[in-house]
Write a protein that binds this ligand. Structure first.
Ligand code: 9D3
Length: 245
């Protein structure tokens, strides 16, 4: 899959593109990320990409022309036709795991990072397919949001996680927060490792992890449980959690 990112700060992506899961996905040729700076398409000698908002008010607005030239350049890089153009925006729909998984079937994704107060709405209306937010807080531009999207996406590309079953575990725990993890030593000044994990009994381990995942979810994110369908076993485990609360 190919991702083209339109950004006034392409340097922000160099760490992500060279390190960790995303860096490896790119290195292995499973993911392609390219960066286009709208400022490179600015026509005046000062390379202006923003201007004052009509109607007044604080801040600046990104002008149509440099964005459109950058977008045309991005679309020329995309071979297929199954390409979605997304604006990262505080007014977007919230990006979720399902959004990442659904995007995998695209041939390409164009991510537009806004700066200042945002983009001229005529550009958004005409050229943007969807607007994605990463949550209800204000950050200074779309770049960090684009990095979140690329990271979440890369984890779902076949082979990227090295089939260490990590992605299987994630879907296995769909709609649940993680169970707690322990490593050596068995006994530390801070406490001991739960007996179930040392038992060697795979079913005990499985039930312990499912129960503790349900406990954390029930305590911190009950909203995740309300719409879930429960297996009989999980109803019993959740009852145990509630009864020992
Ligand atoms: C909502 C704040 N706006 C009030 C007029 C001004 C504004 C602040 C920050 C407009 C844009 C931005 C830059 N933020 C993003 O581009 C952004 C974002 C975010 O701020 N929160 C969550 N997700 C995202 S995705 C892109």
């Amino acid at each position: 899959m190919k991702v083209v990112i339109l950004t006034l700060f392409p340097e922000m992506f160099s760490a992500q593109n060279s390190l960790g899961v995303v860096g490896r996905a790119i290195g292995d040729g499973r993911l392609e990320v390219s960066l286009i700076n709208p400022r490179d398409f600015a026509q005046d000698k000062h390379k202006t990409v923003d201007d004052r908002p009509f109607g007044g008010g604080a801040g600046m607005v990104m002008r149509i022309e440099p964005l459109l030239s950058a977008l045309k350049s991005a679309r020329e890089q995309m071979s297929g036709t199954l390409v979605k153009t997304v604006l990262l925006s505080p007014s977007g729909v919230v990006f979720q795991q399902v959004t990442a998984i659904a995007s995998l079937s695209l041939e390409g994704l164009i991510l537009i990072c806004g700066r200042y107060e945002g983009l001229d709405q005529r550009f958004v209306a005409r050229y943007v397919d969807e607007e994605w937010s990463i949550g209800d807080y204000v950050i200074s531009g779309g770049e960090l949001a684009a990095m979140v999207v690329v990271d979440a996406l890369a984890r779902h590309i076949p082979g990227v996680l090295g089939n260490k079953q990590s992605i299987i575990d994630e879907s296995h725990l769909d709609g649940r927060l993680d169970y707690p993890q322990y490593t050596r030593p068995e006994n530390a000044a801070e406490g001991s490792v739960p007996g179930e994990l040392l038992s060697g009994d795979h079913n005990k381990v499985r039930l312990y992890r499912r129960r503790e995942a349900l406990r954390t979810t029930f305590e911190r994110r009950p909203d995740l449980l309300t719409q879930q369908l429960f297996a009989v076993e999980e109803r019993r485990l959740l009852k145990e959690v509630i009864d020992t609360n």
